[in-house]
Design a protein around this ligand. Structure first.
Ligand SMILES: [Zn+2]
Length: 263
């Protein structure tokens, strides 16, 4: 252990979608094996007396309504408020990747410096981001906002492994998207890894079967290795979209179904 601070980590569940199926969640899944497999949407926060870092920025109720087939439970900013964290004063916001479900509320963290991998921005801010299916994975308003914040210097485009604050690091894995990054946080229980979409479900990493949406397949397998190297135990690996997170970690009093304490 180093003497850098230990953080408390929470997963905040802000939306849920029942209408999804197993085959949608695994690379080359068989559409005939169509058992339901619901998906949750999260942001995460790590907080200590020294610093607070929010990971990912969800999507808005308006985006939820437009895309349909999902329940928007409560804004992540409201749940953060119930945890005693004021979104308007958060100083650090790290974004795993630029799919719509991870960037919609960046403007609701106006004081935060925002950390995005350069490779991720470059992919979406080029013709590659609009080829084929790619065009469905982002919202034009979100990308315009991010571009404006790059211009103003609030968004920092980073490259590879980066320390956000002592005890919290970002690690680019790619795989699911060109510049996807995962998050490692020092806690009293050891190092937690928030995988975001490097492993949507426990079953992706557990069965070595990547998610269906692929930028580079072998990098998705290597990301599973990186996750295990960075986490101090299997129990401290937190997948990005798995409803089981709500069962494996204790609910925060008064925020049942909305927030669990990871460590
Ligand atoms: Zn996602």
């Amino acid at each position: 252990m180093t003497d850098s601070p230990e953080y408390q980590v929470y997963a905040i569940r802000f939306a849920h979608r029942d209408a999804s199926y197993r085959w949608e969640h695994f690379y080359r899944g068989d559409p005939h094996g169509g058992a339901p497999m619901p998906i949750d949407y999260f942001v995460w926060v790590a907080t200590s007396p020294e610093a607070t870092v929010v990971f990912d920025a969800g999507y808005t109720p308006e985006t939820a309504a437009r895309r349909g087939n999902r329940d928007y439970l409560q804004s992540p900013m409201e749940t953060l408020g119930a945890l005693g964290i004021d979104a308007s004063t958060v100083e650090h916001l790290a974004i795993s990747h630029l799919h719509y479900d991870h960037v919609g509320h960046i403007k609701d963290f106006p004081a935060a410096r925002v950390l995005i991998q350069q490779k991720e921005w470059d992919f979406w801010n080029a013709p590659s981001g609009s080829r084929g299916d790619n065009v469905h994975h982002w919202e034009p308003g979100d990308m315009e906002y991010i571009a404006s914040q790059i211009a103003s210097g609030r968004v920092e485009l980073v490259d590879g492994e980066v320390e956000v604050v002592p005890g919290i690091t970002l690690h680019r894995t790619g795989g699911h998207t060109a510049g996807l990054q995962i998050f490692r946080i020092q806690t009293a229980a050891g190092h937690v890894v928030l995988t975001a979409d490097a492993s949507h479900f426990y079953e992706n990493i557990g069965s070595d079967r990547p998610y269906a949406l692929v930028d580079h397949l072998y990098s998705m397998h290597l990301a599973f290795d990186t996750i295990r190297e960075l986490a101090d135990s299997e129990e401290l690996i937190v997948p990005g979209h798995d409803p089981l997170v709500l069962e494996r970690f204790p609910a925060v009093d008064g925020l049942e179904g909305l927030a669990v304490r990871i460590a």
